[in-house]
Design a binder for this molecule. Structure first.
Ligand code: PRX
Length: 577
Protein backbone atom coordinates (compact mmCIF):
# COMPACT_ATOMS: atom_id res chain seq x y z
CA UNK A 1 0.00 0.00 0.00
CA UNK A 2 1.59 3.20 -1.22
CA UNK A 3 0.22 5.64 1.31
CA UNK A 4 1.82 4.06 4.35
CA UNK A 5 5.23 3.59 2.78
CA UNK A 6 7.78 6.15 3.89
CA UNK A 7 10.42 7.34 1.49
CA UNK A 8 13.59 8.02 3.44
CA UNK A 9 15.46 11.02 2.18
CA UNK A 10 19.09 10.85 3.12
CA UNK A 11 20.05 14.17 1.60
CA UNK A 12 20.18 17.17 3.90
CA UNK A 13 18.53 20.34 2.79
CA UNK A 14 20.25 23.59 2.04
CA UNK A 15 20.43 24.77 5.57
CA UNK A 16 19.95 22.02 8.10
CA UNK A 17 17.43 19.38 9.05
CA UNK A 18 13.81 20.11 9.85
CA UNK A 19 14.33 19.33 13.54
CA UNK A 20 17.40 21.56 13.74
CA UNK A 21 15.49 24.40 12.19
CA UNK A 22 12.46 24.07 14.44
CA UNK A 23 14.43 24.81 17.58
CA UNK A 24 14.80 28.49 18.34
CA UNK A 25 13.21 29.54 15.05
CA UNK A 26 12.19 33.10 14.45
CA UNK A 27 11.58 35.08 11.28
CA UNK A 28 14.39 37.47 12.18
CA UNK A 29 16.72 34.79 10.75
CA UNK A 30 15.55 35.76 7.28
CA UNK A 31 15.56 39.47 8.07
CA UNK A 32 19.16 39.17 9.21
CA UNK A 33 20.23 37.15 6.17
CA UNK A 34 18.71 39.77 3.90
CA UNK A 35 20.24 42.72 5.69
CA UNK A 36 16.86 43.89 6.95
CA UNK A 37 17.21 46.48 9.69
CA UNK A 38 20.67 47.65 8.66
CA UNK A 39 19.07 50.74 7.26
CA UNK A 40 18.28 48.99 3.97
CA UNK A 41 14.98 49.75 2.26
CA UNK A 42 12.12 47.36 2.99
CA UNK A 43 10.67 47.63 -0.52
CA UNK A 44 10.39 44.17 -2.14
CA UNK A 45 11.31 45.66 -5.53
CA UNK A 46 14.65 46.81 -4.13
CA UNK A 47 15.32 43.43 -2.50
CA UNK A 48 14.75 41.52 -5.74
CA UNK A 49 17.13 43.63 -7.80
CA UNK A 50 19.30 46.32 -6.15
CA UNK A 51 20.19 44.13 -3.15
CA UNK A 52 21.16 41.23 -5.42
CA UNK A 53 23.31 43.55 -7.54
CA UNK A 54 24.96 44.88 -4.37
CA UNK A 55 25.99 41.28 -3.64
CA UNK A 56 28.01 41.40 -6.86
CA UNK A 57 25.48 39.46 -8.93
CA UNK A 58 24.51 42.16 -11.45
CA UNK A 59 25.77 40.02 -14.35
CA UNK A 60 24.08 36.84 -13.20
CA UNK A 61 21.08 35.83 -15.31
CA UNK A 62 17.83 36.49 -13.45
CA UNK A 63 15.35 35.51 -16.18
CA UNK A 64 15.81 32.97 -18.96
CA UNK A 65 12.69 33.48 -21.04
CA UNK A 66 11.22 31.48 -23.91
CA UNK A 67 8.10 32.51 -25.80
CA UNK A 68 5.48 30.30 -27.42
CA UNK A 69 6.93 31.19 -30.83
CA UNK A 70 10.43 30.02 -29.81
CA UNK A 71 11.79 33.51 -29.13
CA UNK A 72 14.34 33.65 -26.32
CA UNK A 73 15.51 36.50 -24.07
CA UNK A 74 17.90 36.65 -21.14
CA UNK A 75 17.85 39.36 -18.49
CA UNK A 76 20.52 39.70 -15.79
CA UNK A 77 19.84 41.04 -12.31
CA UNK A 78 21.52 44.24 -13.53
CA UNK A 79 19.06 44.45 -16.44
CA UNK A 80 16.18 43.87 -14.06
CA UNK A 81 17.34 46.63 -11.78
CA UNK A 82 17.66 49.24 -14.54
CA UNK A 83 14.52 48.21 -16.42
CA UNK A 84 12.33 48.08 -13.33
CA UNK A 85 13.58 51.57 -12.48
CA UNK A 86 12.55 52.64 -15.99
CA UNK A 87 9.05 51.18 -15.54
CA UNK A 88 8.71 52.80 -12.11
CA UNK A 89 9.69 56.18 -13.58
CA UNK A 90 7.36 55.78 -16.56
CA UNK A 91 4.40 54.98 -14.32
CA UNK A 92 5.17 57.92 -12.06
CA UNK A 93 5.35 60.19 -15.12
CA UNK A 94 1.88 58.96 -16.06
CA UNK A 95 0.69 60.35 -12.73
CA UNK A 96 0.28 57.07 -10.88
CA UNK A 97 0.54 57.51 -7.13
CA UNK A 98 1.77 55.16 -4.41
CA UNK A 99 -0.96 52.79 -3.17
CA UNK A 100 -2.89 53.01 -6.45
CA UNK A 101 -3.69 49.63 -7.99
CA UNK A 102 -1.83 48.82 -11.18
CA UNK A 103 -3.02 45.69 -12.94
CA UNK A 104 -0.81 43.32 -14.93
CA UNK A 105 -3.01 41.79 -17.63
CA UNK A 106 -0.27 40.08 -19.58
CA UNK A 107 0.84 36.67 -20.78
CA UNK A 108 4.05 35.44 -19.19
CA UNK A 109 6.13 37.92 -21.19
CA UNK A 110 9.30 39.54 -19.75
CA UNK A 111 7.40 42.83 -19.32
CA UNK A 112 5.16 41.17 -16.71
CA UNK A 113 8.10 40.22 -14.51
CA UNK A 114 9.91 43.52 -14.93
CA UNK A 115 6.81 45.67 -14.42
CA UNK A 116 5.94 43.69 -11.28
CA UNK A 117 9.19 44.89 -9.74
CA UNK A 118 8.79 48.41 -11.15
CA UNK A 119 5.29 48.89 -9.70
CA UNK A 120 6.52 47.88 -6.25
CA UNK A 121 9.44 50.28 -6.54
CA UNK A 122 7.09 53.24 -7.14
CA UNK A 123 4.84 52.18 -4.24
CA UNK A 124 1.95 50.95 -6.36
CA UNK A 125 -0.11 47.88 -5.50
CA UNK A 126 0.35 45.17 -8.11
CA UNK A 127 -2.87 43.49 -9.22
CA UNK A 128 -1.93 40.50 -11.38
CA UNK A 129 -4.78 39.01 -13.43
CA UNK A 130 -4.74 35.87 -15.57
CA UNK A 131 -4.61 36.99 -19.22
CA UNK A 132 -7.18 34.35 -20.25
CA UNK A 133 -9.83 36.10 -18.15
CA UNK A 134 -12.87 37.21 -20.10
CA UNK A 135 -14.53 40.59 -19.81
CA UNK A 136 -16.78 39.76 -16.87
CA UNK A 137 -13.96 38.31 -14.72
CA UNK A 138 -11.83 41.30 -15.55
CA UNK A 139 -14.55 43.86 -14.89
CA UNK A 140 -15.45 42.43 -11.47
CA UNK A 141 -11.86 42.55 -10.26
CA UNK A 142 -10.92 45.94 -11.75
CA UNK A 143 -14.09 47.53 -10.39
CA UNK A 144 -13.61 46.14 -6.90
CA UNK A 145 -9.99 47.24 -6.74
CA UNK A 146 -10.67 50.69 -8.25
CA UNK A 147 -7.70 49.98 -10.50
CA UNK A 148 -6.02 53.12 -11.88
CA UNK A 149 -3.89 51.58 -14.66
CA UNK A 150 -3.60 48.32 -16.55
CA UNK A 151 -0.53 47.07 -18.38
CA UNK A 152 -1.44 44.81 -21.28
CA UNK A 153 -0.59 43.51 -24.74
CA UNK A 154 -2.22 44.31 -28.06
CA UNK A 155 -3.89 40.91 -28.16
CA UNK A 156 -5.78 41.54 -24.89
CA UNK A 157 -6.59 45.21 -25.47
CA UNK A 158 -10.00 44.53 -27.04
CA UNK A 159 -11.40 43.12 -23.79
CA UNK A 160 -10.30 46.22 -21.88
CA UNK A 161 -11.65 48.61 -24.48
CA UNK A 162 -15.06 46.96 -24.34
CA UNK A 163 -15.42 47.37 -20.56
CA UNK A 164 -13.58 50.64 -20.12
CA UNK A 165 -16.68 52.84 -19.99
CA UNK A 166 -17.79 50.90 -16.91
CA UNK A 167 -14.50 51.51 -15.05
CA UNK A 168 -14.53 55.11 -13.81
CA UNK A 169 -11.29 54.75 -11.82
CA UNK A 170 -9.27 53.42 -14.75
CA UNK A 171 -7.20 56.34 -16.08
CA UNK A 172 -4.56 54.68 -18.21
CA UNK A 173 -4.05 51.55 -20.27
CA UNK A 174 -0.38 50.90 -20.97
CA UNK A 175 0.32 48.73 -24.01
CA UNK A 176 3.74 47.05 -23.94
CA UNK A 177 3.80 46.06 -27.63
CA UNK A 178 1.91 48.95 -29.19
CA UNK A 179 3.87 49.15 -32.44
CA UNK A 180 1.58 49.76 -35.37
CA UNK A 181 -1.44 50.25 -33.13
CA UNK A 182 -3.74 53.29 -33.26
CA UNK A 183 -3.96 54.21 -29.58
CA UNK A 184 -7.09 55.79 -28.21
CA UNK A 185 -7.53 58.38 -25.50
CA UNK A 186 -6.13 57.20 -22.18
CA UNK A 187 -3.92 54.57 -23.84
CA UNK A 188 -0.12 54.87 -23.94
CA UNK A 189 2.72 52.78 -25.30
CA UNK A 190 5.61 51.52 -23.16
CA UNK A 191 8.28 49.66 -25.08
CA UNK A 192 10.92 48.29 -22.74
CA UNK A 193 13.37 47.73 -25.57
CA UNK A 194 13.49 51.42 -26.39
CA UNK A 195 12.85 52.85 -22.91
CA UNK A 196 16.09 54.37 -21.50
CA UNK A 197 17.47 52.22 -18.69
CA UNK A 198 17.54 54.16 -15.45
CA UNK A 199 20.42 54.00 -13.00
CA UNK A 200 18.44 55.68 -10.24
CA UNK A 201 14.82 55.93 -9.25
CA UNK A 202 13.53 57.48 -5.99
CA UNK A 203 12.37 54.24 -4.40
CA UNK A 204 9.08 54.36 -2.49
CA UNK A 205 9.97 54.00 1.22
CA UNK A 206 7.73 51.01 1.93
CA UNK A 207 7.38 49.84 5.51
CA UNK A 208 6.72 46.24 6.47
CA UNK A 209 2.97 46.95 6.44
CA UNK A 210 2.79 48.80 3.10
CA UNK A 211 0.41 46.98 0.70
CA UNK A 212 2.26 45.25 -2.14
CA UNK A 213 0.10 42.82 -4.12
CA UNK A 214 -3.64 42.35 -4.47
CA UNK A 215 -4.47 38.79 -5.57
CA UNK A 216 -8.09 37.93 -6.29
CA UNK A 217 -9.23 34.57 -4.97
CA UNK A 218 -12.60 32.84 -4.97
CA UNK A 219 -14.88 32.01 -2.07
CA UNK A 220 -18.24 30.26 -1.90
CA UNK A 221 -20.34 33.37 -1.60
CA UNK A 222 -20.10 36.67 -3.37
CA UNK A 223 -17.63 37.79 -5.98
CA UNK A 224 -13.88 37.03 -5.71
CA UNK A 225 -12.05 38.64 -2.79
CA UNK A 226 -8.93 40.78 -3.11
CA UNK A 227 -6.30 39.27 -0.81
CA UNK A 228 -4.11 42.12 0.32
CA UNK A 229 -0.41 41.31 0.75
CA UNK A 230 2.22 43.62 2.25
CA UNK A 231 5.95 44.16 1.72
CA UNK A 232 6.82 42.19 4.87
CA UNK A 233 5.74 39.00 3.01
CA UNK A 234 9.22 38.98 1.53
CA UNK A 235 10.65 37.54 4.74
CA UNK A 236 8.49 34.40 4.60
CA UNK A 237 8.78 34.00 0.85
CA UNK A 238 12.57 34.31 0.90
CA UNK A 239 13.02 31.75 3.66
CA UNK A 240 10.46 29.19 2.46
CA UNK A 241 11.92 29.36 -1.07
CA UNK A 242 15.34 28.69 0.43
CA UNK A 243 14.40 25.96 2.89
CA UNK A 244 11.41 24.22 1.29
CA UNK A 245 12.22 24.64 -2.40
CA UNK A 246 15.86 24.22 -1.40
CA UNK A 247 17.07 27.02 -3.69
CA UNK A 248 20.83 27.42 -3.94
CA UNK A 249 22.93 29.99 -5.73
CA UNK A 250 23.83 27.75 -8.72
CA UNK A 251 20.27 26.56 -9.36
CA UNK A 252 18.19 27.17 -12.45
CA UNK A 253 14.66 27.20 -11.13
CA UNK A 254 11.36 26.74 -12.93
CA UNK A 255 7.95 27.49 -11.46
CA UNK A 256 5.37 26.72 -14.11
CA UNK A 257 2.58 28.76 -12.46
CA UNK A 258 1.16 31.90 -14.03
CA UNK A 259 1.65 35.06 -11.90
CA UNK A 260 -2.10 35.62 -12.19
CA UNK A 261 -2.20 33.16 -9.27
CA UNK A 262 -0.31 33.49 -6.03
CA UNK A 263 2.16 30.67 -6.73
CA UNK A 264 3.37 32.60 -9.76
CA UNK A 265 4.25 35.68 -7.68
CA UNK A 266 5.31 34.27 -4.28
CA UNK A 267 7.47 31.56 -5.89
CA UNK A 268 7.51 32.59 -9.55
CA UNK A 269 9.06 36.01 -8.80
CA UNK A 270 9.74 36.92 -5.17
CA UNK A 271 11.09 33.61 -3.82
CA UNK A 272 13.77 32.95 -6.44
CA UNK A 273 14.85 36.53 -7.07
CA UNK A 274 15.11 37.48 -3.40
CA UNK A 275 17.51 34.52 -3.17
CA UNK A 276 19.47 35.76 -6.20
CA UNK A 277 18.53 32.58 -8.09
CA UNK A 278 18.22 32.35 -11.88
CA UNK A 279 14.74 31.40 -13.01
CA UNK A 280 13.47 30.18 -16.36
CA UNK A 281 10.04 31.04 -17.74
CA UNK A 282 8.23 29.28 -20.57
CA UNK A 283 5.38 31.35 -21.94
CA UNK A 284 3.36 28.51 -23.38
CA UNK A 285 0.87 25.91 -22.32
CA UNK A 286 1.30 22.28 -21.43
CA UNK A 287 3.02 19.79 -23.71
CA UNK A 288 5.05 16.88 -22.29
CA UNK A 289 7.79 17.02 -24.91
CA UNK A 290 7.82 20.81 -24.83
CA UNK A 291 8.22 20.84 -21.03
CA UNK A 292 10.87 18.14 -20.94
CA UNK A 293 12.72 19.88 -23.79
CA UNK A 294 12.67 23.08 -21.74
CA UNK A 295 14.08 21.34 -18.66
CA UNK A 296 16.78 19.76 -20.80
CA UNK A 297 17.77 22.95 -22.68
CA UNK A 298 17.73 25.17 -19.64
CA UNK A 299 19.31 22.61 -17.30
CA UNK A 300 16.50 23.17 -14.75
CA UNK A 301 17.56 21.93 -11.30
CA UNK A 302 14.55 22.85 -9.11
CA UNK A 303 11.02 22.55 -10.46
CA UNK A 304 7.85 23.73 -8.69
CA UNK A 305 4.76 22.30 -10.35
CA UNK A 306 1.24 21.08 -9.61
CA UNK A 307 -0.62 17.76 -9.41
CA UNK A 308 -2.70 18.36 -12.54
CA UNK A 309 0.46 18.94 -14.58
CA UNK A 310 2.04 15.84 -13.08
CA UNK A 311 -1.04 13.76 -13.91
CA UNK A 312 -0.89 15.04 -17.50
CA UNK A 313 2.77 13.96 -17.66
CA UNK A 314 1.87 10.59 -16.17
CA UNK A 315 -0.56 10.01 -19.01
CA UNK A 316 2.34 10.25 -21.44
CA UNK A 317 4.23 7.53 -19.58
CA UNK A 318 7.82 7.44 -18.33
CA UNK A 319 9.13 6.70 -21.84
CA UNK A 320 8.44 10.32 -22.91
CA UNK A 321 10.52 11.53 -19.95
CA UNK A 322 13.27 9.02 -20.73
CA UNK A 323 13.68 10.42 -24.24
CA UNK A 324 15.13 13.57 -22.66
CA UNK A 325 18.22 14.22 -20.57
CA UNK A 326 16.62 15.39 -17.31
CA UNK A 327 19.68 14.73 -15.18
CA UNK A 328 19.89 18.41 -14.19
CA UNK A 329 16.82 18.01 -11.94
CA UNK A 330 17.72 17.97 -8.25
CA UNK A 331 14.55 18.86 -6.35
CA UNK A 332 10.83 18.70 -7.24
CA UNK A 333 7.89 20.26 -5.41
CA UNK A 334 4.16 20.56 -6.02
CA UNK A 335 1.25 22.72 -4.84
CA UNK A 336 -2.40 23.50 -5.39
CA UNK A 337 -4.27 20.23 -4.94
CA UNK A 338 -3.75 16.95 -3.14
CA UNK A 339 -0.72 15.17 -4.57
CA UNK A 340 -1.72 11.54 -4.85
CA UNK A 341 0.81 8.89 -3.76
CA UNK A 342 0.86 7.43 -7.29
CA UNK A 343 2.24 10.75 -8.59
CA UNK A 344 5.07 10.66 -6.05
CA UNK A 345 6.00 7.10 -6.99
CA UNK A 346 5.69 7.81 -10.69
CA UNK A 347 8.00 10.81 -10.43
CA UNK A 348 10.63 8.62 -8.78
CA UNK A 349 10.42 6.26 -11.74
CA UNK A 350 10.42 9.01 -14.33
CA UNK A 351 12.94 11.44 -12.79
CA UNK A 352 14.60 9.47 -10.00
CA UNK A 353 13.16 12.03 -7.54
CA UNK A 354 9.90 12.27 -5.60
CA UNK A 355 7.69 15.35 -5.88
CA UNK A 356 7.48 17.06 -2.49
CA UNK A 357 3.97 18.24 -1.68
CA UNK A 358 3.55 21.75 -0.27
CA UNK A 359 0.35 23.26 1.05
CA UNK A 360 -0.65 26.90 1.32
CA UNK A 361 -3.19 29.48 0.11
CA UNK A 362 -3.43 32.91 -1.46
CA UNK A 363 -4.16 34.16 2.06
CA UNK A 364 -1.07 32.61 3.68
CA UNK A 365 1.28 34.12 1.08
CA UNK A 366 3.87 31.41 1.68
CA UNK A 367 4.14 27.64 2.06
CA UNK A 368 2.82 26.72 5.50
CA UNK A 369 2.89 22.90 5.47
CA UNK A 370 5.32 20.90 3.39
CA UNK A 371 7.58 17.97 2.86
CA UNK A 372 10.80 19.61 3.93
CA UNK A 373 13.85 18.48 1.92
CA UNK A 374 15.70 15.77 3.80
CA UNK A 375 12.61 14.80 5.82
CA UNK A 376 11.14 11.34 5.08
CA UNK A 377 8.33 11.71 2.53
CA UNK A 378 5.05 9.96 3.29
CA UNK A 379 3.46 9.84 -0.17
CA UNK A 380 0.00 11.37 -0.02
CA UNK A 381 0.81 13.57 2.98
CA UNK A 382 1.29 17.33 2.76
CA UNK A 383 4.11 17.09 5.32
CA UNK A 384 4.68 19.18 8.41
CA UNK A 385 4.30 22.87 9.31
CA UNK A 386 7.15 25.18 8.36
CA UNK A 387 9.21 26.30 11.36
CA UNK A 388 7.57 29.48 12.61
CA UNK A 389 4.09 28.34 11.56
CA UNK A 390 1.85 26.84 14.25
CA UNK A 391 -0.71 24.60 12.54
CA UNK A 392 -3.29 22.27 14.04
CA UNK A 393 -6.29 20.20 13.04
CA UNK A 394 -9.19 21.67 14.98
CA UNK A 395 -12.38 20.06 16.19
CA UNK A 396 -14.98 21.80 13.96
CA UNK A 397 -17.31 22.44 16.90
CA UNK A 398 -14.99 23.57 19.70
CA UNK A 399 -12.21 24.90 17.44
CA UNK A 400 -9.71 23.35 19.84
CA UNK A 401 -6.95 21.12 18.42
CA UNK A 402 -7.92 17.43 18.28
CA UNK A 403 -6.04 15.56 20.99
CA UNK A 404 -5.80 12.21 19.23
CA UNK A 405 -4.13 11.73 15.86
CA UNK A 406 -6.18 10.67 12.84
CA UNK A 407 -9.31 12.70 13.54
CA UNK A 408 -10.68 14.89 10.78
CA UNK A 409 -10.95 18.60 11.47
CA UNK A 410 -10.31 22.06 10.06
CA UNK A 411 -6.73 23.20 9.49
CA UNK A 412 -6.12 26.22 11.73
CA UNK A 413 -3.02 28.40 11.71
CA UNK A 414 -1.94 30.76 14.50
CA UNK A 415 -1.90 34.21 12.88
CA UNK A 416 1.19 36.35 12.82
CA UNK A 417 3.70 35.17 10.21
CA UNK A 418 4.99 37.88 7.86
CA UNK A 419 3.25 36.89 4.60
CA UNK A 420 -0.26 36.43 5.99
CA UNK A 421 -2.57 38.80 4.12
CA UNK A 422 -3.68 41.84 6.09
CA UNK A 423 -7.24 41.91 4.81
CA UNK A 424 -9.64 41.45 1.92
CA UNK A 425 -10.01 44.57 -0.19
CA UNK A 426 -13.24 46.41 0.64
CA UNK A 427 -14.36 43.45 2.73
CA UNK A 428 -13.33 43.65 6.39
CA UNK A 429 -16.22 41.40 7.48
CA UNK A 430 -15.17 38.62 5.13
CA UNK A 431 -11.68 38.79 6.61
CA UNK A 432 -12.86 38.86 10.21
CA UNK A 433 -14.91 35.70 9.59
CA UNK A 434 -11.71 33.78 8.84
CA UNK A 435 -10.59 34.01 12.47
CA UNK A 436 -11.97 32.30 15.56
CA UNK A 437 -10.66 31.14 18.91
CA UNK A 438 -7.24 32.61 18.13
CA UNK A 439 -6.87 30.66 14.85
CA UNK A 440 -6.91 31.61 11.20
CA UNK A 441 -9.32 29.07 9.67
CA UNK A 442 -8.09 27.83 6.30
CA UNK A 443 -11.41 26.27 5.29
CA UNK A 444 -9.61 22.99 4.50
CA UNK A 445 -10.14 19.70 6.31
CA UNK A 446 -7.32 17.35 7.21
CA UNK A 447 -6.03 14.82 9.70
CA UNK A 448 -2.67 14.80 11.43
CA UNK A 449 -0.89 11.51 12.22
CA UNK A 450 1.16 10.49 15.24
CA UNK A 451 4.37 11.72 13.54
CA UNK A 452 2.89 15.17 13.02
CA UNK A 453 2.31 14.74 9.24
CA UNK A 454 -0.79 16.44 7.80
CA UNK A 455 -3.12 14.60 5.38
CA UNK A 456 -5.53 16.63 3.25
CA UNK A 457 -9.17 15.51 3.35
CA UNK A 458 -11.13 18.17 1.46
CA UNK A 459 -12.42 21.70 1.43
CA UNK A 460 -14.97 22.86 3.92
CA UNK A 461 -16.86 24.97 1.38
CA UNK A 462 -18.31 24.79 -2.14
CA UNK A 463 -15.30 26.29 -3.94
CA UNK A 464 -14.27 24.23 -6.97
CA UNK A 465 -10.56 23.42 -7.31
CA UNK A 466 -9.93 22.73 -10.97
CA UNK A 467 -6.33 21.97 -11.82
CA UNK A 468 -5.19 23.91 -8.77
CA UNK A 469 -7.28 26.98 -9.64
CA UNK A 470 -10.12 27.96 -7.36
CA UNK A 471 -13.41 28.80 -9.00
CA UNK A 472 -16.18 30.39 -6.95
CA UNK A 473 -19.62 28.88 -7.67
CA UNK A 474 -21.26 32.26 -7.20
CA UNK A 475 -19.22 33.83 -10.00
CA UNK A 476 -20.15 31.02 -12.41
CA UNK A 477 -23.81 31.13 -11.39
CA UNK A 478 -23.92 34.91 -11.88
CA UNK A 479 -22.50 34.53 -15.39
CA UNK A 480 -24.96 31.75 -16.18
CA UNK A 481 -27.89 33.90 -15.11
CA UNK A 482 -26.94 36.46 -17.72
CA UNK A 483 -27.67 33.95 -20.47
CA UNK A 484 -31.19 34.58 -21.83
CA UNK A 485 -32.24 30.90 -21.47
CA UNK A 486 -31.20 30.43 -17.83
CA UNK A 487 -33.79 30.82 -15.06
CA UNK A 488 -31.69 29.46 -12.19
CA UNK A 489 -28.44 27.62 -11.81
CA UNK A 490 -26.02 25.94 -9.43
CA UNK A 491 -22.32 25.27 -10.07
CA UNK A 492 -20.64 22.39 -8.24
CA UNK A 493 -17.44 20.36 -8.41
CA UNK A 494 -17.50 17.14 -10.41
CA UNK A 495 -14.63 14.66 -10.04
CA UNK A 496 -12.15 14.57 -12.93
CA UNK A 497 -9.22 12.20 -13.49
CA UNK A 498 -6.69 14.89 -14.45
CA UNK A 499 -7.95 18.21 -13.08
CA UNK A 500 -9.19 16.67 -9.81
CA UNK A 501 -12.40 18.69 -10.18
CA UNK A 502 -14.18 20.49 -13.00
CA UNK A 503 -17.22 22.77 -12.96
CA UNK A 504 -20.59 21.14 -13.54
CA UNK A 505 -23.66 23.36 -13.86
CA UNK A 506 -27.24 22.45 -13.07
CA UNK A 507 -29.63 24.70 -14.96
CA UNK A 508 -33.37 25.25 -14.92
CA UNK A 509 -34.44 26.91 -18.16
CA UNK A 510 -36.88 29.75 -18.69
CA UNK A 511 -40.16 28.82 -20.34
CA UNK A 512 -39.86 28.53 -24.10
CA UNK A 513 -36.32 27.13 -24.12
CA UNK A 514 -35.65 23.47 -24.87
CA UNK A 515 -32.70 21.61 -23.38
CA UNK A 516 -30.31 19.98 -25.85
CA UNK A 517 -26.67 19.67 -26.90
CA UNK A 518 -26.65 22.89 -28.94
CA UNK A 519 -27.89 24.95 -26.02
CA UNK A 520 -25.43 23.19 -23.74
CA UNK A 521 -22.47 24.17 -25.93
CA UNK A 522 -23.79 27.68 -26.38
CA UNK A 523 -24.03 28.18 -22.61
CA UNK A 524 -20.56 26.68 -22.01
CA UNK A 525 -19.02 29.07 -24.53
CA UNK A 526 -20.94 31.96 -23.04
CA UNK A 527 -19.26 31.34 -19.65
CA UNK A 528 -15.84 30.68 -21.20
CA UNK A 529 -15.90 34.05 -22.96
CA UNK A 530 -17.23 35.97 -19.96
CA UNK A 531 -15.15 34.35 -17.24
CA UNK A 532 -12.37 32.05 -18.45
CA UNK A 533 -11.73 28.58 -19.87
CA UNK A 534 -11.13 27.40 -16.30
CA UNK A 535 -14.52 28.55 -15.01
CA UNK A 536 -16.41 27.13 -18.00
CA UNK A 537 -18.72 24.23 -17.01
CA UNK A 538 -17.47 21.00 -18.57
CA UNK A 539 -20.93 19.53 -18.25
CA UNK A 540 -24.44 20.91 -17.95
CA UNK A 541 -27.44 19.09 -16.53
CA UNK A 542 -30.82 20.61 -17.38
CA UNK A 543 -33.21 20.15 -14.46
CA UNK A 544 -36.76 21.18 -13.68
CA UNK A 545 -35.78 22.85 -10.38
CA UNK A 546 -32.92 23.06 -7.90
CA UNK A 547 -32.81 21.88 -4.25
CA UNK A 548 -33.36 24.83 -1.94
CA UNK A 549 -33.35 25.63 1.77
CA UNK A 550 -36.60 26.66 3.37
CA UNK A 551 -35.67 30.30 2.87
CA UNK A 552 -34.87 29.71 -0.79
CA UNK A 553 -31.07 29.36 -0.93
CA UNK A 554 -29.81 26.75 -3.39
CA UNK A 555 -28.17 23.81 -1.59
CA UNK A 556 -25.18 22.92 -3.73
CA UNK A 557 -24.11 20.21 -1.33
CA UNK A 558 -26.93 17.91 -2.37
CA UNK A 559 -25.94 18.17 -6.03
CA UNK A 560 -22.25 17.80 -5.22
CA UNK A 561 -22.77 14.70 -3.09
CA UNK A 562 -24.57 13.01 -5.99
CA UNK A 563 -21.63 13.78 -8.31
CA UNK A 564 -19.15 12.26 -5.85
CA UNK A 565 -21.31 9.27 -4.97
CA UNK A 566 -21.38 10.46 -1.37
CA UNK A 567 -24.34 10.15 0.97
CA UNK A 568 -26.49 13.25 0.85
CA UNK A 569 -27.03 13.21 4.60
CA UNK A 570 -30.09 14.26 6.48
CA UNK A 571 -32.02 16.35 4.00
CA UNK A 572 -34.16 18.00 6.65
CA UNK A 573 -31.07 19.60 8.25
CA UNK A 574 -29.45 20.32 4.91
CA UNK A 575 -32.49 22.27 3.86
CA UNK A 576 -32.28 24.47 6.94
CA UNK A 577 -30.41 27.75 6.70
O1 PRX B 1 -7.92 23.75 -0.77
C1 PRX B 1 -6.53 23.98 -0.67
C2 PRX B 1 -5.87 23.79 -2.03
O2 PRX B 1 -5.85 25.04 -2.66
C3 PRX B 1 -6.40 26.03 -1.78
C4 PRX B 1 -5.69 27.33 -1.93
O3 PRX B 1 -5.85 27.79 -3.23
P1 PRX B 1 -5.22 29.18 -3.65
O4 PRX B 1 -5.56 30.21 -2.64
O5 PRX B 1 -5.62 29.45 -5.07
O6 PRX B 1 -3.68 28.95 -3.58
C5 PRX B 1 -3.15 27.92 -4.37
C6 PRX B 1 -1.64 27.92 -4.29
C7 PRX B 1 -1.04 28.16 -3.01
C8 PRX B 1 -6.25 25.44 -0.41
O7 PRX B 1 -7.13 26.05 0.50
N1 PRX B 1 -4.48 23.31 -1.88
C9 PRX B 1 -3.33 24.02 -1.99
N2 PRX B 1 -2.26 23.21 -1.81
C10 PRX B 1 -2.74 21.98 -1.56
C11 PRX B 1 -4.16 22.05 -1.59
N3 PRX B 1 -4.93 20.97 -1.36
C12 PRX B 1 -4.32 19.82 -1.07
N4 PRX B 1 -2.97 19.67 -1.02
C13 PRX B 1 -2.15 20.72 -1.27
N5 PRX B 1 -0.83 20.57 -1.23
Amino acid sequence: MYATEILEEKRLCNIGSYEERLGGFNWAIAEKEMGWGRGDPLNIGWHLTDRICRLGLARKPALLWEGSDGRERTYTFGDLRLLSNAVAAALSRLGLQPSERVCLFLDRVPELYIAFVGILKMGGIVQPLFSAFGEESLLTRLLDAGTAAVLTQKKHLGKLRRIRARLPALRTIVVVDAEGLALKDGEVALDLDSEPRLERFPLFPATAETPSILHYTSGTTGQPKGAQHVHHSLVSQYLTAKWVLDLRSDDVYWCNADPGWVTGTSYGIIGPWSNGVTQAVLDSGFGADRWYGFIERRRISVWYSAPTAIRLLMREGTQTAKRHDLSSLRHLASVGEPLNPEAVHWSREAFGLPFHDTYWQTETGCIVISNYPGMPVKPGSMGKPFPGIAAAVLDPTTLEPHREPGRVGVIGLRPGWPSMIRGYWNNPDGYAKKFANGWYLTGDRATVDADGYFWFVGRDDDVINTGGHLVGPFEVESALLEHPAVAESAAVAKPHPVNMEVVKAFIALKPGFTPGPDLEIEIMNFVRKRLSPIAMPQEIAFVASLPRTRSGKIVRRVLRAAEWGEPVGDLSTLMED
